[in-house]
Design a binder for this molecule. Structure first.
Ligand SMILES: [Ca+2]
Length: 502
């Protein structure tokens, strides 16, 4: 065989092998929502999720695995998204808060999947300000986007859509799936604005819970004693702080009959509330009911749309070779401690939902209590795709956990850091956004140690979840725990060295 013929045959052969390998690679559908906390997802078993169940999201866990202790490194929107993309803590990926702009020039898992032969796309919420990189296709909202009749942008070019945001994100995701380059495996990120505030359900769900009274959480009227001063300086009270605009709507682009229905649901209720001038518990109860019902019905829109995506995978025959992941950017308070919002290292928002279905790999209905994190998503996606994991990535792939069990040397503790968002004024008067100051800490399966060190503040909190799952009393000064606290302080320093914080 002549040299030229040999080279030609070699390349044809190499191309066929590569095409065959690409065909074998699993597709990845990563469904990611905003603030859609684990308490609302029924498979996690929280009483709130019984009010509005989530059968479609539950199905992912029932046919795959549910992670019960998935912790975020920095419980706020844009930073969590940057951690997911890079597999690195905020101080290394640069996205420490919602104010700065994501550096799209750095290494991210979508870029590495592209190199590995994947067609990549992101549709929906982005929230990182810079133009998405590493995607063959992107169609994203600017900033928070609108719930009703949203505008999505591709390369800065706007397209206006009629309808409800969560429906539109799935319409556009399905459109991309149907028209993609089907010779390649795909990785699609369908990212919802829901359930971020202002809490606005789809028109079809407005008023569905009007006859229901949702029980207040046991610690709704928390007096914040028995802990550091930090929680008492909060600015996230549902009863007194949450603006009514969170229970209202954005009227841009809404007209006619739609407008009349929204006005009737939101404005008339808010007007009646203002007129009634309720006080004390009555006022708190009214505001909680409005908040929680709108939140839960916004969640319902997510679940329905997850169902649409799963149905399409079934109908198209893609389900068998497509991994489905459901997660949110962080958890959220739904009235616990009297709060809405996130940011704190407390359980409600430190923990985020994570469910993964990988046909032929995940054993149906498994539950993992191992400590996993959004830091682990990037390496997980890379290993799923058969791509190598750069050493600079700080998370660990969850693939071994999906296949069976955590390796012996899996993490036993977890490092958290929230940076605070400075607004001005005094520390106790809203200097930090939502009154949440910078803090860091370490958590394991039973204990949590939090350090508030900023300005002239230097305070610790320590919780034993076995005795105090709701984190109502810090036992930092209790000599019974002195040894454990000392151990966790050492652990905290070791983790900071390991993750290059120090
Ligand atoms: Ca969020």
């Amino acid at each position: 065989m002549s040299k030229i013929k040999f080279v030609t045959v070699f390349w044809i052969f190499a191309f066929l092998i590569s095409a065959a390998e690409s065909k074998d690679k699993p597709n990845i559908l990563f469904i990611f929502s905003d603030d859609h906390t684990w308490q609302t997802i029924s498979s996690y078993g929280h009483p709130l999720s019984k009010v509005v169940p989530t059968p479609n999201i539950d199905r992912i866990g029932a046919e795959g695995i549910r992670f019960d202790r998935c912790l975020v490194t920095n419980s706020i929107c844009a930073p969590s998204r940057a951690v997911v993309l890079t597999g690195k803590y905020s101080h290394l990926n640069g996205q420490i808060d919602n104010f700065n702009t994501f550096d799209g020039g750095q290494v991210t898992f979508p870029k590495l999947l592209q190199k590995s032969g994947y067609e990549t796309a992101i549709v929906g919420k982005w929230h990182l300000k810079s133009v998405p990189t590493g995607f063959d296709y992107h169609e994203v909202m600017r900033g928070q986007g609108r719930y009703y009749n949203p505008t999505l942008y591709t390369d800065g070019e706007p397209t206006e859509y009629e309808g409800y945001n969560t429906d539109v994100v799935v319409d556009r995701s399905l459109d991309w799936l149907k028209n993609r380059d089907s010779d390649k495996p795909f990785m699609l990120m369908s990212q919802f604005k829901a359930t971020h505030g202002p809490f606005q359900p789809a028109l079809r769900h407005l008023g569905e819970l009007d006859d229901v009274t949702v029980p207040l959480p046991d610690n709704f009227f928390d007096d914040y004693t028995g802990r550091s001063r930090a929680p008492g300086n909060h600015n996230t009270s549902i009863a007194n702080v949450m603006p009514l605009s969170n229970l209202s709507i954005d009227y841009r682009n809404i007209q006619g009959e739609q407008l009349a229905q929204y006005r009737s649901h939101f404005d008339e209720a808010n007007d009646a509330f203002e007129k009634a001038n309720l006080q004390g518990d009555e006022r708190a109860e009214w505001r909680y009911q409005r908040f929680i019902k709108n939140f839960l019905l916004t969640s319902k829109g997510i679940d329905e749309n997850v169902g649409r995506l799963l149905d399409y995978l079934d109908e198209s025959g893609l389900a068998e070779n497509t991994i489905v992941i459901y997660a949110a950017d962080q958890g959220f308070f739904l009235g616990e401690h009297g709060w809405y919002d996130k940011r704190w290292m407390y359980e409600e928002c430190l923990k985020t939902p994570l469910l993964v279905r990988w046909p032929g790999v995940t054993q149906e209905g498994r539950v993992s209590s191992d400590i996993v994190s959004n830091l682990d998503f990037a390496p997980m996606f890379l290993e799923m795709a058969g791509a190598s994991i750069p050493s600079e990535i700080q998370g660990r792939s969850l693939v071994p956990l999906l296949k069976g069990a955590a390796p012996q040397n899996w993490r036993k503790s977890f490092y958290y850091k929230y940076y605070g968002e400075q607004r001005g004024g005094s520390v106790s008067e809203g200097y930090y956004n939502h009154g949440v100051p910078p803090h860091e800490g370490v958590a394991d399966k039973r204990y949590k140690l939090i350090h508030y060190k900023h300005d002239d503040v230097d305070e610790w909190e320590f919780f034993d979840h076995q005795r105090d799952p709701s984190e109502m009393k810090s036992v930092y000064g209790n000599p019974e725990y002195a040894e454990t606290i000392a151990r966790l302080k050492t652990e905290l320093e070791q983790l900071k060295t390991q993750y290059r914080v120090n």
